[in-house]
Design a protein around this ligand. Structure first.
Ligand SMILES: NC(=O)c1ccc[n+]([C@@H]2O[C@H](COP(=O)([O-])OP(=O)(O)OC[C@H]3O[C@@H](n4cnc5c(N)ncnc54)[C@H](O)[C@@H]3O)[C@@H](O)[C@H]2O)c1
Length: 255
């Protein structure tokens, strides 16, 4: 049995990292997938990978901080595949670790614009289509930084904390209309984003070691470990779960 047979899914930030792994797993589990990303090369190659494995997928160039581009991405799900059952609001950008007083208005607005406003636009425009389908599941990508101070990235941590609030508000608002809204809260995951974070570190080996030391399981998580958790929250496996932020952090917040 496939968990997303005959379902239509959207994944944002699907060209790389966790989004890409999730789009591939959703397709493997039977979903027709709309992949949204600003990265056309990454997004298109993920679609090619899905189609060559016998799945159904389409790429839409979409900057989630633009409401009109989000509307177009969501309309694509209806136009290409007839509706929508689940959306993984995953697209996000990092903030370089710098003192909070050095964060410019422009940098703060950019991170909040993609991470928080982007998640809002995607929820706002997905909900009417989910209601048309009789309900569905939203999964937002928050972060361990919504629960623990990971230090030095005030716009990023603030955006991820606010995504948790947004998740709870929408979960309660739509709980009687069969829409479940949950978030995942990853710890340190081995993706291009963290490679960029490492590239900025003065001592990469020491930074990587610090990440391991802060993670009781002693390693970085993988995009596939995230994708499996998203599949759980996006499918009927989690039919009695709404309004949560599920930590996938190798024990980080338990310390
Ligand atoms: N990597 C981690 O350790 C970690 C931990 C916790 C949370 N997260 C969150 O997980 C999500 C995915 O992160 P990742 O590590 O896979 O990152 P990544 O950089 O590897 O992939 C992110 C994808 O989002 C796309 N993207 C960026 N801005 C966009 C925009 N405005 N509109 C549409 N797409 C856009 C990128 O092109 C890229 O394909 C992010 O929201 C991130 O904040 C990451």
């Amino acid at each position: 049995m496939k968990w997303l047979e005959n379902k239509v899914a959207i994944v944002t930030g699907a060209g790389n990292g966790m989004g890409r792994a999730t789009a591939l797993l959703f397709a493997e589990e039977g979903a027709s997938v709309v992949l949204g990303d600003v990265d056309e090369i990454g997004g298109s190659s993920a679609v090619e990978e899905i189609i060559s494995s016998g799945g159904k997928a389409v790429f839409v160039k979409c900057d989630v901080s633009s409401e009109s581009e989000v509307k177009n991405m969501i309309a694509t799900a209806k136009r290409e595949f007839g509706g929508l059952h689940t959306i993984f609001n995953n697209a996000g950008i990092e903030q370089p670790k710098i003192p909070s007083v050095d964060v410019t208005e422009e940098l703060f607005d950019r991170v909040i614009g993609v991470n928080l406003k982007g998640t809002f636009f995607c929820c706002k425009h997905a909900i009417p289509l989910l209601l048309e389908s009789g309900g569905g599941a939203i999964v937002n990508n928050s972060s361990v930084s919504a629960f623990a101070n990971v230090g030095g990235n005030i716009s990023y941590g603030s955006s991820k904390g606010a995504i948790m609030s947004m998740t709870r508000i929408l979960a309660i608002e739509y709980s009687r209309q069969n829409i479940r809204v949950n978030a995942i809260c990853p710890g340190v995951i081995d993706t291009p984003m963290n490679q960029r974070n490492l590239d900025l570190a003065v001592d990469q080996a020491a930074t990587r070691q610090m990440w391991m030391d802060n993670t009781p399981i002693g390693r970085m998580g993988t995009p596939l470990e995230i994708a499996r958790t998203v599949l759980y929250l996006a499918s009927d496996m989690s039919s009695f779960t709404t309004g949560i932020g599920l930590l996938i952090d190798g024990g980080r917040v338990a310390t």
